[in-house]
Write a new protein. Structure first.
Lengths: 278, 93
């Protein structure tokens, strides 16, 4: 039987790559240290497969065909297409069609209706945390794209249920496999909106406290109440919620938080403690 | 509401660096390939961020102006003003 050996979350601000030299030394140090520690923890968990939940930033999908949630079951995925990601070492990224297929089957049996892709391009959302975490070579990746960008977005509640279902799918996978989950995106930021560049650190800190407390209902109420009032990038916290659901309400450990105006993002990095119930 | 062809133009431009380069060299040549409504075409030609912001996804809007070569500070200022204009319009019914 497969086991869930780690659950993680990480921001993926493009300017970490595209504008690194413009970031203050203090923030560079903070970001580097958090991303390195996140990578260290993932490596220490020795996953055979990594499920990565990220939005698609207009790379695979457009408004002529826009899935709410898409599972990538390709044998091989393409590395990032963004020209500014050309230094990224991942040109081709191996998939794990067997686990992806099992997740899809578990989803359908659990009354979820995911979209499917046999060939995805994994953009910066997927690749920045892996790259900067020093995961090279990469374990095979099962990418899951959540639509966090273009309304209507999946509900926060549904994302939590997706996380619960993912954990069950991992547990019921018949082969011996170590599986970890990484959710990427968030925390507060605003892209292409009048509030672009604004970071809501009080929101981020409060959000982190809800993850730390663990209880799902207050977390969902907080997010349902607050997400519509802040920048669009915070919608990606849906992915963190899925990770939270997968981790089963066990302890949340903040690796780092950096209010980093140079990258327009309140950057958060975390892992869930799967060892003991909080 | 989304303007489909405007969104498609922005999507295509940010998807293809070669197309982006072609666009910066000769906007008209690329714009002719898209069945844009006259008001959308005029907004693209005049870099009317406020008009465009109301018709495309904000991420696509941001990507488009990166491709189009608008300096970041100018884009930030224009998108902020666009928000203030929209708020003023909605408060006046």
């Amino acid at each position: 039987m497969a086991s869930l050996v780690g659950v993680y979350a990480s921001s993926h601000a493009p300017l970490i790559i595209r504008g690194w030299k413009d970031i203050s030394l203090a923030n560079q140090r903070e970001l580097s240290s958090a991303m390195t520690e996140l990578g260290r923890r993932i490596k220490a968990a020795r996953p055979d497969v990594l499920i990565v939940i990220s939005p698609d930033h207009w790379v695979n999908f457009f408004i002529n065909n826009l899935p709410s949630i898409c599972v990538g079951m390709g044998e091989m995925h393409e590395g990032p297409a963004e020209p500014w990601m050309k230094e990224c070492p991942y040109k081709k990224i191996p998939g794990h069609p067997q686990l992806a297929s099992h997740i899809l089957q578990s989803a359908i049996e659990g009354d979820f209706e995911p979209s499917v892709s046999h060939h995805l391009t994994l953009d910066h959302g997927f690749c920045i945390p892996l790259w900067k975490g020093g995961l090279d070579p990469l374990p095979p990746i099962v990418p899951i794209i959540f639509n966090d960008l273009e309304p209507p977005l999946p509900s926060v509640r549904r994302c939590l249920q997706w996380g619960n279902m993912l954990a069950e799918a991992v547990r019921s996978y018949p082969e011996d496999l170590r599986v970890a989950i990484l959710a990427t995106g968030g925390l507060s930021h605003s892209i292409g909106e009048p509030t672009m560049g604004e970071i809501d650190e009080p929101f981020d800190r409060e959000c982190i406290r809800y993850f730390q407390k663990g209880d799902e209902r207050p977390l969902l109420e907080f997010l349902n109440d607050r997400l519509p009032t802040i920048g669009n990038g915070a919608a990606e916290i849906r992915n963190w919620v899925a990770a939270h659901g997968a981790a089963g309400k066990r302890g949340f450990d903040l690796i780092g938080y950096c209010n980093c105006p140079e990258v327009y993002v309140g950057c958060g990095f975390a892992s869930w403690n799967l060892g003991a119930r909080a | 509401m989304r303007d489909y062809w405007l969104s498609k133009l922005f999507f295509d431009l940010q998807s293809s660096p070669a197309l982006g380069e072609e666009y910066r060299a000769d906007r008209k040549k690329i714009l002719d390939r898209y069945p844009l409504k006259p008001e959308a075409l005029a907004a693209v030609e005049s870099n009317d961020v406020a008009f465009l912001a109301s018709r495309v996804n904000p991420y696509l809007l941001r990507f488009y102006f990166v491709v189009a070569g608008m300096p970041e500070k100018e884009f930030l200022a224009k998108v902020k003003t666009a928000g203030a204009d929209a708020a003023a319009r909605s408060s006046h019914g």
